[in-house]
Design a protein around this ligand. Structure first.
Ligand code: PLP
Length: 411
């Protein structure tokens, strides 16, 4: 009898993150009970329950010619895709960043692969990556796949502002002990909390990172911008953070992970990008070299239809305008739901974490039975350590008041 089929390093592997399993449970339950509220799904839905899609993208990928559809996509991306993504992501700061930084855009199968490749390549086995204490739980899987662990700092101070003091202390301690720092910040529109960090908070983060890098310690800032296009402040405000990049120490590697799932509703296509930036050419050359290798070794190349369609969104001005117009509608949809949710929460005294945008709002809770209690009331949310995550992206306006009331009852 075979006693151990998996490798030593995989002996304890088990998906602890329950997000997709709970979403599946909610879907099943909805088939049986009409009153189920499904606040689990990280995909943007209309109030009708239909997925929010972009007609311009739909038209583009459905009308691609065979050569833009069937062959393998270029591993390093088409120019229309890479340049289009760079300009879209960095917006008003794209040109100034290009003047200061060496950079490379590597297409990946979603933001997940961008994060996964970076964690794998820019850590030593056994090291810990740094994330806030409230975080998207798949970071744990990603770290484990890279033979790493996770360390946390406190996300909030007593005023529910980003806790720069905790970040500074834990980052410096970890950097000193490992002689390396790899930090993931999911901002703006944090999943699971809804936090959007201020410019001041980012300025202090950059100061902390620079102090560490100036000791000769490798510092990697993984900036997960999955929900950047859903910040309530709008496009220019969501890009403001990149002005802070201009102050990064020359040896720091910033890796921006972009998700085509969220920005274009192309969830099932698996498209995203990791964008490396460093003032140091050697650092960026290393980013490009190992990134290219990992793409080939892990998933070979990305969805060609998605790359072609996105390239055409950005390289043809009319398409870009149509995309932007529709994105504003998506934005308003989410804004209306978030406003209704927060207003109702305020009215009945349910304390939510401060919401600045994105698909989710977090509610702290010490009740470890809350998930089941809500399920019994036909409400599905995702429980995470210390909080429950409510997906504003997947609920209906008409569900807000029962949702808020029931959460208040059990929180
Ligand atoms: C915080 C965060 N980062 C990254 C991703 C990656 O998404 P994808 O791999 O679909 O691009 C997600 C998706 O849910 C997310 O919530």
């Amino acid at each position: 009898m075979i006693s151990r089929i998996v490798g030593q390093h995989a002996l304890t592997k088990k998906v602890e993150s329950n997000i997709l399993r709970i979403a599946e449970m909610a879907k099943q339950s909805k088939k049986e009970h009409a009153d189920v509220i499904d606040a689990t799904v990280g995909m943007l839905n209309h109030d009708s329950g239909a997925l929010f899609t972009f007609p311009v993208i739909d038209d583009l990928w459905k009308n691609l010619d065979d050569l833009q559809l069937y062959p393998y996509a270029p591993v390093s991306g088409s120019k229309a895709f890479t340049e289009g993504i760079f300009t879209w992501v960095f917006g008003p700061f794209a040109e100034s960043l290009k003047q200061v930084f060496h950079y490379q855009v590597i297409p990946t199968t979603g933001g997940t692969a961008a994060i996964s490749n970076a964690v794998y390549n820019f850590n030593e086995f056994g090291h810990k990556i740094l994330v806030p204490n409230y975080y998207w739980t798949p970071y744990e899987n990603i770290a484990a796949e890279g033979n790493c662990g996770v360390d946390t700092f406190l996300m909030y101070d007593e005023h529910y502002q980003f806790n720069n003091q905790s970040f500074d202390e834990v980052a410096k301690k970890l950097a000193a002990s490992q002689q390396r720092l790899f930090v993931i910040l999911n901002d703006p529109c944090n999943n699971p909390t809804g936090l959007c960090m201020t410019q001041d908070a980012w300025k202090k983060v950059v100061t902390s990172l620079n102090e560490i890098a100036s000791q000769g310690i490798p510092v990697i800032l993984l900036h997960d911008i999955a929900y950047i296009d859903y910040q309530m402040g709008g496009y220019n405000q969501s890009r403001q953070v990149f002005e802070r990049y201009l102050e990064l120490h020359e040896d720091i590697l910033a890796v921006v992970s972009f998700s085509g799932s969220k920005s274009f509703s192309l969830y099932g296509f698996r498209i995203g990008a990791q964008i490396g930036l460093s003032r140091n050419k050697q650092v960026l050359d290393d980013f490009a070299r190992v990134g290219d290798h990992s793409v080939r070794g892990r998933f070979s190349s990305v969805s060609h239809p998605a790359m072609s369609a996105i390239g055409k969104v950005f390289s043809i001005p009319e398409n870009r305008e149509l995309f932007k117009e529709k994105l504003l509608i998506a934005h308003d949809l989410l804004k209306e739901r978030a406003a209704a949710f927060c207003k109702e929460a305020d009215r009945i005294g349910l304390k939510t974490l401060p919401y600045g945008g994105g698909f989710f709002v977090g509610i702290e809770s010490k009740n470890n039975k809350i998930f089941q209690q809500l399920v019994d009331a036909h409400i599905f949310v995702v429980p995470m350590p210390g909080l429950i995550r409510v997906a504003l992206s997947s609920i209906k306006l008409s569900e807000v008041s029962r949702l808020v009331e029931t959460i208040k009852k059990y929180v």
